[in-house]
Design a protein around this ligand. Structure first.
Ligand SMILES: *Cc1c(COP(=O)(O)O)cnc(C)c1O
Length: 502
């Protein structure tokens, strides 16, 4: 399997090269030249596999320049740290007890070391990179730059901390992440880590990082001191590919729980920000997983809902800070890969849309492409009120506690069901532990949080619901703050040069 760019005809490269490079030099994203196909019989064989084995099986389809042993090692090292042997267990919620054919399997993606779904990919990426460095004979040090709206930052720091031949630098929007997310990041230990706040929103931080990647002068300066830039954002293929496996394992879990039989279609609902997680579901669908619809669930920042409804992507709009900060995004970078695949690899068209986005902040896709997207995607957005309503409803009905992002997915699904009466079984991506967003979760359950500090809220939620506090979060109250730097977006490049030289 070889990789090419979404924006121009480049000479194809191996997956190890794509993972190390992160972003193509034309500004495009790396995509596999072909999407591998699997049969139902092959999916059936996954029943007897552990999550690690399913993951290695999936990676083997795309990372063909890695050996089976290497991929086995990567998955063992990555998922060893998860707090359940199932790794990504599925909780079955029957939304309508009168209609037991309508189960919702909530894929719990947050059992990793930072209680965020991004652990699934970010515990693996450093190992994929470490091995890729060997494969291509690279002796330079890799500096990972990350712009985060919350969960990516900590998950990346935890993944890369003290991994040889790597350094990691994380920028987050000052005031744009939850207190717990901030604490998780600024207490990160490791000789090779740096965490810096940026005055601005997530897009400012992300744009700043993209500029640094595209700045030839900075790259040349870094080159002289033996440092190469790479990304760990979900634009990196090595971030995306580990996410495809859990849709297969989720499907298998529904079979094992007697909710579906092999070959039955499912709907997959995903709370979406940068479009990485739902794109992984799209790859699973294109590979042959029986999927009827992909529901792209958004919050009040509903740029994607509008895009799927009208065919126009328009980032010129007000930016809202919501109780689902990991979805507060106006440019969903991974959408570019979808446009590439669904236009049949038409990089000229993708390039045109992306330059329009860059110049005017918007683009409109042509009718035939729109028609193709309509066949598989459905988009819904929900208000903050609806999000909290669903946290309460699901808790009251099943004593099951959702975080805000996971609740957006369920609420959007419910809207879809209300409109269509479609009671196809569902896999819903649950992307964070409720303990990462205690403030909004507690108030959804009608608890007053006035004057209750973030850490005390963990205990309050625990007393109220008896749901266990993840160990890594319980430890935050005594952890030392190690990173207090803050800068303007114009200063980001200098901060990178300083840290690289350290
Ligand atoms: C990152 C994140 C999302 C959005 O995922 P994308 O792949 O960026 O679409 C949703 N929920 C949580 C909790 C996240 O951390």
């Amino acid at each position: 399997m070889r990789y090419t760019s979404t924006r121009s005809k480049i000479r194809s490269i191996t997956s190890a090269q794509a993972i190390l490079q992160g972003l193509a030099t034309d500004g495009g994203l790396f995509v596999p030249q072909k999407i591998p196909k699997v049969t139902l019989e092959e999916i059936d064989t996954l029943k007897s596999k552990t999550y690690e084995q399913i993951s290695a099986w999936l990676l083997g389809k795309y990372l063909t320049d890695y050996t089976e042993d290497e991929l086995g090692e990567c998955t063992e090292l990555a998922y060893n740290w998860f707090d359940t042997t199932a790794r990504v267990p599925v909780a079955i919620l029957i939304q309508d007890p009168k209609n037991p054919v309508a189960p919702v399997g909530n894929i719990e993606l947050w059992h990793g070391p930072t209680s965020a779904f991004k652990d699934v990919a970010l515990q693996m990426l450093p190992h994929l990179m470490r091995m890729a460095l060997k494969k291509v004979g690279e002796t330079k040090e890799i500096l990972i730059l990350v712009a985060t709206s919350g969960d990516t930052g900590k998950a990346a720091l935890a993944g890369f901390a003290d991994v040889p031949q790597t350094k990691i630098m994380v920028f987050y929007p000052d005031g744009g992440v939850s207190k717990i997310q901030r604490l998780q990041m600024v207490t990160q230990v490791g000789k090779n880590v740096n965490v810096t706040a940026v005055r601005g929103n997530f897009d400012d931080a992300q744009t700043g990082v993209k500029k640094i990647f595209n700045d030839k002068k900075i790259r040349a300066t870094l080159d002289k001191i033996g440092v190469k830039l790479s990304s760990a954002n979900s634009i990196n293929w090595g971030r995306l590919v580990p996410q495809i496996a859990y849709y297969f394992s989720g499907y298998i879990e529904l079979i094992k729980a007697n909710q579906i039989t092999l070959g039955d279609q499912v709907i997959i609902s995903v709370p979406t920000g940068n479009f990485g997680n739902i794109l992984a579901a799209y790859y699973a669908f294109r590979m042959g997983l029986p999927v009827k619809k992909l529901i792209c669930a958004s919050n009040k920042n509903n740029v994607l809902t509008e895009f799927f409804k009208t065919g126009t992507y328009n980032r010129n709009r007000e930016f809202f800070k919501t109780i689902t900060p990991s979805m507060d995004i106006l440019i969903s970078s991974n959408l570019e890969r979808l446009l590439y695949h669904e236009s049949g690899g038409n990089f000229k068209l993708v390039n045109q849309y992306m330059s329009e986005l860059n110049l005017y902040g918007k683009y409109t896709i042509d009718k035939s492409l729109k028609a193709r997207l309509d066949k598989i995607f459905q988009a819904e957005y929900v208000s903050e009120y609806e999000t909290q309503l669903f946290i309460k409803r699901i808790y009251n009905s099943f004593k099951y506690l959702l975080d805000t992002h996971s609740a957006v997915s369920i609420a959007a699904l419910s809207k879809y069901r209300g409109k269509t009466n479609d009671l196809t079984p569902v896999l819903s991506a649950s992307t964070a532990s409720p303990y990462k967003f205690t403030n909004a979760v507690l108030s959804a359950l009608n608890q007053s949080v006035d004057g209750v500090d973030d850490l005390a809220q963990l205990d309050l939620l625990n007393k109220l619901t008896n749901v266990k506090i993840p160990k890594n979060l319980a430890a935050l109250s005594t952890a030392k703050i190690l990173h207090e730097d803050i800068c303007d977006k114009e200063e980001m490049a200098q901060r990178v040069l300083d840290f690289a030289a350290k």
